[in-house]
Write a protein that binds this ligand. Structure first.
Ligand code: NAD
Length: 482
């Protein structure tokens, strides 16, 4: 499916589509063709305030409903997302370059709204009779207005991870999408309207971080804020919360994830997994394994298989076409940033594959690039590139590689490949990361079994799994009766 004839570009506030109060719009350009896709309305300070005020006004009635009464709205939204997957995938492809065949997040987002529609029974308090003469209990109550701020790389998944649990427990929401990929969120707003949510319960605004994002972070009526994005912005949001009302803040930030391949690993599987992690979404994934360590005895074989993977599995092209696995970088800024890292990489390590922009295409394409023998202290080993660039280094001992894997400010994801179960478990325990894959580097962010989040500078808090996610959006009140 190509792009729809009509693309929604307005703000969704209090159940209605409205234009920017200052009449401002910003352009979305297709990163594969450099053609204008849409002019999107930019939320002003006044628009952002209106969105918060409408969420606040909607809160008493929404929170007075039982979770079972809220559930049908989430369920209806889930089925509308599924009905509109092809259009959502095309909008994502045209705004930030994700191939339509790789648009798994649409199904994941629908699954989240379905899942959380039935999770209301998990809102549980406790009772205690330990103090003689008293009955003590805890009551879990929604905050009120919750803000969600999301990035451009997998927008609908992060949106649903935050909004579905926040809504089912009775909060109302203002979501700010990324200025680089606002079209799927704007389309979602049309589905929210169709699902019949009461006005003001779920508002969606588009705009820039330094205006609407900053206003939400400082807003006295926003009681909790869930953010996914860069560490730089996460720090600004936490500072804004500290300066304003000390709102609860949950931060899902960047990574520099290691994958460690021991000599006894199933090498074909390790290459399959690490290769996919490297090229998925053109390297624009927070948990991508950007540092791969391979034991010296199997290093050459691994490199041979890795090259083969790239030659046979990576199909570069227009993300609106089926069968393409590798689109352009999201925009000019991302493209420039990745090219700068390629130059830095060439100065510090050995270039094995790629190393430049794709000159035969007009869009923001970068060749999948592999460096080896990069010194551990090189900039490209320390900073998140957020592009299709990986460093594959050799190691000799378990002790040495654990130290190297953990020698990073980040701690989002790590993977270990080995058939030795004792080593796998010992190593997984030693890795400083919020999520560890054993013989896999596949995403766990789309499932509901385990929480996702970072150690160290990769964030604060967890989301994705029901108890953690629901409790993120609930206050705890202690009450005693005599
Ligand atoms: P970003 O921080 O530039 O922007 C994210 C969002 O924050 C956007 O909506 C932006 O408008 C907004 N924003 C910018 N400045 C703001 C401010 N001052 N106040 C409030 N909001 C502001 O990040 P990005 O480039 O969109 O996303 C890429 C980053 O996100 C990478 O670092 C990546 O690793 C990270 N990420 C993390 C996860 C995770 O689950 N841990 C998932 C995806 C992406």
């Amino acid at each position: 499916m190509g792009l729809p004839e009509h693309i929604e570009t307005r703000l969704f506030i209090n159940g209605e589509f409205v234009e920017s109060s200052e009449g401002k719009t910003f352009d979305i350009t297709n990163p594969a063709t450099l053609k204008l896709v849409a002019e999107v309305h930019e939320a002003s300070e006044q628009d952002t305030d209106r969105a918060v005020a409408s969420a606040r006004a909607a809160f008493p009635a929404w929170s007075a409903l039982s979770p079972a009464q809220r559930a049908p709205y989430l369920k209806k939204l889930a089925s509308l997302i599924r009905e509109n997957i092809a259009e959502l995938a095309a909008l994502e492809a045209a705004s930030m370059g994700k191939p339509v065949g790789e648009f798994f997040e649409g199904y994941a987002a629908a699954g989240k709204f379905d899942y959380y529609s039935e999770a209301g029974h998990l809102i549980q308090g406790t009772t205690s009779v330990q103090t003689p003469g008293f009955l003590n209990m805890t009551l879990r109550q929604p905050y009120g207005v919750v803000a969600a701020i999301i990035p451009w790389n997998v927008p609908l998944l992060f949106l649903s991870n935050k909004v579905a649990p926040a809504l089912i427990v009775g909060n109302t929401v203002v979501l700010k999408s990324s200025e680089k990929a606002p079209l799927t969120s704007a389309k979602l707003a049309t589905l929210i309207q169709q699902a019949g949510f009461p006005p003001g319960v779920f508002n969606i605004i588009t705009g820039f971080g330094n205006v609407s994002g900053s206003i939400l972070s400082h807003h006295m009526d926003v009681r909790a804020l869930s953010f996914t994005g860069s560490g730089r912005t996460g720090r600004l949001i936490q500072a804004a919360a500290a300066k304003s009302n000390l709102k609860a803040v949950f931060l899902e930030l960047g990574g520099k994830s290691p994958a460690v391949v021991f000599e006894d690993a199933d090498l074909a599987k390790a290459v399959q997994e690490t290769g996919y992690s490297f090229q998925n979404n053109s390297g624009q994934v927070c948990m991508m394994n950007s540092r791969i360590y391979v034991q010296d005895t199997v290093f050459d074989k691994y490199i041979e298989l890795f090259r083969e993977y790239l030659n046979t599995r990576v199909k570069i092209g227009n993300p609106l076409e089926q069968g393409i696995t590798h689109g352009p970088q999201a925009d000019e800024a991302q493209h420039k940033a990745v090219l700068r890292y390629l130059e830095l990489g060439k100065k510090s390590g050995d270039l094995l594959v790629g190393g430049s922009a794709l000159s035969d295409r007009e869009g923001y394409y970068v060749q999948p690039t592999v460096f080896t023998n990069t010194p551990e202290d090189a900039q490209i080993m320390k900073e998140e590139v957020f592009g299709p660039v990986v460093n594959i280094n050799v190691f000799k001992t378990e002790e040495e590689v654990l130290a190297k894997a953990n020698d990073t400010e980040f701690g989002l994801y790590a993977a270990v490949y080995t058939k030795d179960i004792s080593r796998a478990l010992r190593f997984a325990k030693g890795l400083e990361a919020g999520t560890v894959g054993i013989n896999c580097t596949s995403p766990t962010t789309g499932v509901n079994d385990t929480p996702f989040g970072g150690y160290k500078s990769s964030g604060t808090g967890r989301e994705g799994e029901p108890f953690t996610s629901l409790n993120n959006y609930l206050e705890t009140k202690s009450s005693g009766a005599k």
